[in-house]
Design a protein around this ligand. Structure first.
Ligand code: DC
Length: 220
């Protein structure tokens, strides 16, 4: 087993970009578990599967052939040979991803995949339940939080990259809804692990967030 750094927190807390940069600087493999839930959601949408049809969604999750690649210094997500980096950041996916990730069998299967990814290498894994469920014995755990408005502001950038226009109040609504579903689901909800280090990033710059985490990793 390699070294495992778990980074959890709500949407827009800055954890994805921070985790990615930390991994790059300390030369660990970066694993974005949200992208895995988003990939299952994208396939659910593309196959016109209604959210009530959990059996079909579980089947999609079990067949999911997902991997990550760095291309020109950008982190890309693939299903098979298809690059889905942009498609998984759309509003339609964001709207449906929480209900999809409530399904216990989807979670169990993706968590098993995630554990396998952590078997050999040193990794920075980022998500909602990494420190609590996927790797409760992680070497270090971080829980990143930020004010809702700050988080919404950060998320707007994601939609813009995916070519979608959206205003801040709408993003706030989407985030609130997702937080509620993510935190209240029965199976591995979004929750700070008792031994996680909480980091409020509302007033930190990106560089400060990255440095703070690396400092703690290097001390440990
Ligand atoms: O981090 P993100 O916004 O890309 O995550 C998308 C959704 O995936 C999030 O709303 C809940 C779900 N998710 C999860 O349930 N467990 C994880 N470990 C990661 C993401």
């Amino acid at each position: 087993m390699g070294k495992i750094i778990a980074i959890d927190g709500p949407a827009g807390s800055g954890k994805s970009s921070t985790a990615r940069e930390v991994a790059k600087r300390i030369n660990f493999v970066y694993i974005d578990t949200g992208a895995m839930y988003r990939a299952v959601t994208l396939l659910t949408l593309e196959n016109n599967i209604p959210i009530e049809n959990t059996e079909k969604i579980i089947e999609l999750a079990r067949k999911l052939d997902i991997h990550f690649e760095w291309i020109d210094n950008q982190h890309h997500t693939f299903i098979g040979s298809r690059d889905i980096t942009q498609e998984i950041r759309t509003r339609e996916v964001a709207d449906l991803v929480s209900p999809v990730s409530v399904i216990p069998e989807v979670r169990e299967h993706l968590a098993a995949l995630q554990r396998r990814m952590g078997e050999k290498e040193n990794i920075v894994m980022e998500g909602r339940d990494i420190g609590t469920n996927v790797f409760p014995d992680a070497d270090l755990k971080f829980f990143m939080v930020a004010d809702l408005r700050v988080r919404a502001q950060r998320r707007i950038g994601d939609y813009q990259k995916a070519g979608q226009k959206i205003d801040i109040d709408e993003v706030i609504k989407i985030l609130e809804k997702r937080d509620k579903i993510d935190s209240s689901r029965a199976h591995s909800p979004l929750k700070k692990a008792d031994d996680a280090i909480e980091l409020d990033t509302s007033h930190l710059t990106f560089e400060e967030q990255v440095r703070k985490i690396i400092e703690i990793i290097q001390k440990g």
